[in-house]
Design a protein around this ligand. Sequence first.
Ligand SMILES: [Fe+2]
Length: 147
Amino acid sequence: MKASICKVCGYVAIDGVVPEVCPVCHAPKTAFVDKTDMKTAQDIAVKGESEKKHIPFFLVVKECGLIPHAGCTDVHVKIGEITHPMTVEHSIVSIDLYIDKKWVARSSFTPDKINAATVLHIKVPSGTVTAVAHCNLHGWWLNETAF
Ligand SMILES: [Fe+2]
């Protein structure tokens, strides 16, 4: 997978195209470098404990409970089928979310009171959601699902 990462904020351009400015922190194109160590669920054949703690896990809910009758689909994302630690020493810093490879949102986390999970309320009828989790010890992990 060809990807680039913003050295300022850690945003990953998963389509391999470096943007003119970072959509998260607005750093210029020159802030991006090639990212060759992205761990993607699709490339991992056998999942050990580390993979089970880091690969984003999805729950798609077609009937939104918060914004009903608007065609809203909820895509819940949690990090790891085994819950990832959330301590100062080891935590998920952020989850970046993309629809059809285009970045749409970032959830940032402090480790002390919350779990590494977030939700998107999507108003388009179908597509692919990609989640990129950033662990402060173990790097960036990508997974995607259709909705
Ligand atoms: Fe980790």
